[in-house]
Design a protein around this ligand. Structure first.
Ligand code: ADP
Ligand code: MG
Length: 345
């Protein structure tokens, strides 16, 4: 009998490994391939970054509570975020949309209003794409092209023991926003006349529906002459991204739970849902903040930026990746973030 392996047994990251076992590079211009937030290509001394991210109805968004304008905006921002994660600047995108006839022309114009808004804000050009029909729902795939100086590329793989582990902004907000939207969806289904009151959840709903990428942070690095030793954007959750970074860099880390940056509204909402705020900050995804490491010599500069929090430091690989609790006990860091195909525990 032919062998059949279920996707859930290997998960998203196992699947990427399995489908791309060799990672053969045939062209000199390919200087960085699979395994980072974006690929890096070098032409005539100039480095170009390329990355792709798709959004699928029913997987990444639910039409019941996702305004199409926000969706278009978010589809762009999540792509820009991968370019910033390489310390680059996004310049162009191509957009593929596949929509069923459930969507009207006006609805897709709304989607594009959001795409245009994001491109205007982040100074990015739309240079092409593809449009086709779909038998079920809406699918958007965006490819982003960016620029970076070769000596300024920041990979996932450069973290060294004693480097400081840093994060921008605050965490868990997008996840808290999703919890609220899912709760209201259930209530709405039971009573379609129900009008939810979202006034006390404004920040977290914006984090979920209309996130931003960390353009200002990349500009700050440049202005302040700070070059992170490694970087990744937080799409699947801090725990998962920290492990990716440590694995790529072949190091361990100590991450202090009490240092996790949480917004007041996020904490309050997670508590409302009986979720420990730290757990939400570690495993809730889609914050699109940056996780990076810097050499200790940059600490004086880093501490002047209010948007950056030092949450731990890098250790030797042999020490593993650990969480340090407020009581000073050590727990192994494990990823419970978003992983397509992963079996629910
Ligand atoms: P991110 O979260 O930054 O978008 P992913 O976790 O989606 O990155 O992907 C991890 C790495 O694997 C990236 O370098 C990405 O380009 C690559 N990758 C993802 N899916 C595939 C695929 N089907 N074939 C080849 N490479 C892939
Ligand atoms: Mg990424």
């Amino acid at each position: 009998m032919e062998e059949r392996t279920e996707l859930e047994t290997i998960g998203e990251f196992g699947l990427i490994e399995r489908l791309n076992p060799k990672r053969e590079i045939r062209n000199e211009s390919t200087i960085l391939g699979i395994g980072d937030d974006a690929a890096a290509l070098k032409y005539n001394g100039k480095v170009i970054l390329v990355s792709t991210d798709a959004m699928v109805e029913g997987v990444h968004f639910d039409m019941v509570y996702t305004p199409l304008k926000h969706l278009g905006y978010k589809a762009c921002v999540i792509n820009f975020s991968d370019i910033y994660a390489m310390n680059g600047t996004p310049k162009q995108i191509t957009i593929t949309i596949s929509a069923s006839n459930r969507f009207s022309v006006e609805a897709l114009e709304e989607l594009y209003a959001g795409i245009n808004l994001a491109c205007e804000k982040y100074n990015v050009d739309i240079v092409g794409g593809d449009t086709c029909s779909s038998t079920s729902g809406l699918f958007i795939s965006i490819t982003v092209i960016g620029e970076v100086d070769e000596d300024k590329i920041v990979k996932r793989s450069g973290a060294k023991p004693n480097d400081l582990l840093c994060v921008t902004g605050d965490l868990g907000g997008a996840y808290a926003g999703l919890l609220v939207l899912e709760r209201e969806k259930v209530t709405f289904k039971a009573n379609p006349n129900f009008q939810p009151d979202f006034s006390t959840y404004e920040y977290i709903l914006e984090r979920q529906l209309k996130p931003e990428a960390q353009k200002e942070m990349i500009e700050w690095f440049k202005e302040n002459d700070v070059l992170p030793t490694s970087m990744i954007d937080i799409s699947d959750g801090l725990a998962s991204e920290t492990l990716h970074l440590c694995k790529s860099s072949d190091v361990g880390c100590e991450l202090y739970i009490e240092k996790l940056p949480l917004d007041y509204e996020t904490t309050r909402t997670l508590e409302e849902f009986k979720i420990m705020p730290d757990v939400g900050a570690l495993n809730g995804g889609e914050d699109y903040e940056l996780l990076f490491t810097v050499d200790q010599k940059d600490f004086e500069k880093i501490k002047t930026n209010e948007n950056i929090k030092v949450i731990g430091y890098i250790t030797d690989n042999s020490q593993g990746s650990n969480l340090i609790t407020p009581q000073n006990t050590t727990i192994e860091l494990r990823a419970q973030g978003w992983n397509h195909y992963r079996k629910e525990e």
